[in-house]
Design a protein around this ligand. Structure first.
Ligand SMILES: [Zn+2]
Length: 476
């Protein structure tokens, strides 16, 4: 009945939520997002919560400098319910370890030679290969490069797929990254090899706990207790049983207009606060846009990692609305002013998308969403007027489709311009003009035709009106 809502993409909107960050793209395709990236002739150095790290420049393909990215998660992760068991895959082979990592670097050529030998199927070669990749993974993990460490275990498991040490280590890295579902796969494989391992049960309990599957977490931790009593597991078990009934009711929250789900470490208080804020926003948008979405709106809260895994959005995307509101909330425990703006912004996309039958052009979507969240053009006005004077005002026709492939810098400009255009429309005719425009877009053959019918301006006129408005409002 209703056309599919195009994906609306939302930049980070409050400077404080976002820190400047760069993406280091390695030749093997891996990406490291980090702050303060610098380089000299031989090394690329970047800042992490664990301190400054450096990698050889020879393995770096390029460095992308982004102006906007989600702030790195704070160190304030919710504590895992149990600590990791110490795991070593294979004893011995000290020389392998010292050949795999030396001079504060991984010897990738040596690893490749071991992979080749392991491919022959010799048990000794396979064991050596497992140790070498384990040592390389631990080295990478110590440098906070968990994704690369995960790659090392996956490589070793190609030749030694039932090595429960490798499997447990791999699961542990996923758990550290809050990728609980991903952790379950190596754990299930480890269980087939070692059905009576208390460590497998302990980590499985952790994975289920993280994935909000409380019943299965309880089963696993009880099993771990039977196999090997452990005060930590006992404590975790008591806590999860105590919290279970209360927390379950919040894992899925529902109000008149929203159905909310959340994964990972999001807190119940946060979920309740988000539902309250969204209901307030709903009433406000209902009256401003003269429209009521007919169906409950789905909201999904993500930890940042899960958000990136599931949405596959460019790094500059802060939140998404693809029919569901997808909000990363890592590190938050309550609705901060920044989060409140993101919620209002994303909910506006739902209203605009549905009211226009999914046909609102992206410039209008993003302009209205920014306006509704309270953003104004004051700080951008000078740069926008200057760009227009240089003939660089973006044609609105080019900003109608998806912005998902737009680089961060251009996206920043596109957002700013879109906001200014919407501001100028509201300045002239009020929010009711926006409401009428959306109705008309739902029925018109093109967005520009709807603009002409509603505002009596074509796209070029609208850009001129925008420049005049910016000068009048901000640059006198
Ligand atoms: Zn948006």
């Amino acid at each position: 009945m209703r056309a599919a809502t195009p994906i609306a993409v939302c930049l980070a909107l409050a400077a404080s939520s976002y820190a400047a960050a760069d993406t280091i793209i390695l030749k093997n395709g891996r990406r490291i997002v980090a702050a303060n990236v610098t380089q000299d002739a031989s090394r690329v150095t970047y800042h992490t919560p664990a301190g400054d790290l450096s990698i050889p420049r020879s393995i770096v393909a390029r460095i992308d400098h982004d102006d906007f990215t989600y702030a790195p998660a704070s160190a304030d992760h919710s504590q895992p319910p149990v600590s990791a068991p110490p795991i070593e895959p294979v004893p011995g082979f000290e020389t392998v370890a010292s050949l795999a990592v030396h001079g504060d670097a991984i010897d990738y050529a040596y690893l490749a030679s071991l992979d080749l030998e392991a491919g022959s199927g010799s048990a000794t070669a396979i064991a050596k290969d497992a140790v070498a990749h384990h040592v390389a993974a631990q080295f990478l993990e110590n440098k906070s490069d968990t994704d690369s460490a995960i790659d090392q275990y996956r490589q070793a498991l190609i030749f030694d797929p039932r090595n429960s040490g490798l499997l447990l280590n791999l699961a542990l890295l996923y758990l550290h990254e809050s990728r609980f579902t991903a952790a379950l796969d190596p754990l299930q494989r480890a269980r087939r090899t070692s059905p009576d391992s208390p460590d497998v049960a302990k980590l499985m309990g952790w994975a289920y706990y993280g994935a909000n599957k409380m019943d299965q977490a309880i089963d696993e931790w009880k099993r771990a207790e039977r196999l090997r009593p452990d005060p930590q597991v006992e404590q975790a078990l008591q806590k999860v049983e105590r919290d279970k009934s209360e927390e379950e009711s919040y894992r899925e929250g529902e109000t008149a207009h929203f159905n909310l789900k959340y994964y990972g470490g999001a807190a119940p208080d946060l979920a309740r606060g988000i539902l309250r804020a969204l209901e307030d926003d709903f009433r406000d948008l209902e009256s401003q846009l003269d429209y009521t979405p007919p169906e409950q709106i789905a909201v999904i809260l993500y930890t940042e990692q899960a958000f990136a895994d599931i949405t596959r959005a460019p790094g500059w995307v802060g939140a998404l609305n693809d029919g569901r509101l997808r909000i990363p909330v890592q590190g938050l425990t309550q609705v901060t002013p920044d989060l409140a703006r993101v919620l209002k912004h994303e909910l506006t996309h739902s209203f605009v998308g549905q009211k226009s039958h999914g046909r609102a052009p992206t410039w209008l979507q993003e302009g209205i969403a920014q306006w509704m969240e309270g953003r104004r053009s004051s700080s951008a006005a000078g740069a926008l007027v200057e760009a227009a004077a240089q003939g660089e005002a973006p044609p609105l026709a080019a900003m109608e489709g998806s912005w998902m492939s737009v680089p961060a810098n251009s996206a920043t400009f596109a957002y700013a311009w879109s906001l200014a255009v919407v501001e100028s429309i509201i300045d002239v005719g009020g929010v009711s003009d926006i409401s009428r425009l959306l109705d008309r877009i739902a029925a018109s053959p093109s967005s520009e035709a709807a603009v002409e019918e509603t505002l009596h301006l074509n796209y070029a006129d609208l850009n001129q009106q925008t420049v005049a408005y910016l000068k009048r409002a901000y640059l006198r």
